[in-house]
Ligand binder design. Sequence first.
Ligand SMILES: [Zn+2]
Length: 97
Amino acid sequence: MTCEDPKCAIHGGLKTRGAEFTGKIVSAKAKKTAIVERDYTRYIYKYERYLRKRSRIPAHNPECIGAKEGDMVKIAESRKLSKTKNFVITAVVKKEE
Ligand SMILES: [Zn+2]
């Protein structure tokens, strides 16, 4: 499949650097954008317990990847792509059944 997206990490000129996460897409309504939700734990020393946290990261969803809602995806940090996006989806880990 040909991909003309300049903001594609594989076919375009976009370089990734910094953080890499795996998360689940909770919304893929906007064109070429997906909201990736990530669960993680943070250790709180005072209470010697883990705090469960959740973050939502808007990521660029190139046409060649075309990830859908429910998919597990890998995202990588990149330059600022729009007002809210500075992550790009690099691979689909698991498709939703
Ligand atoms: Zn591409």
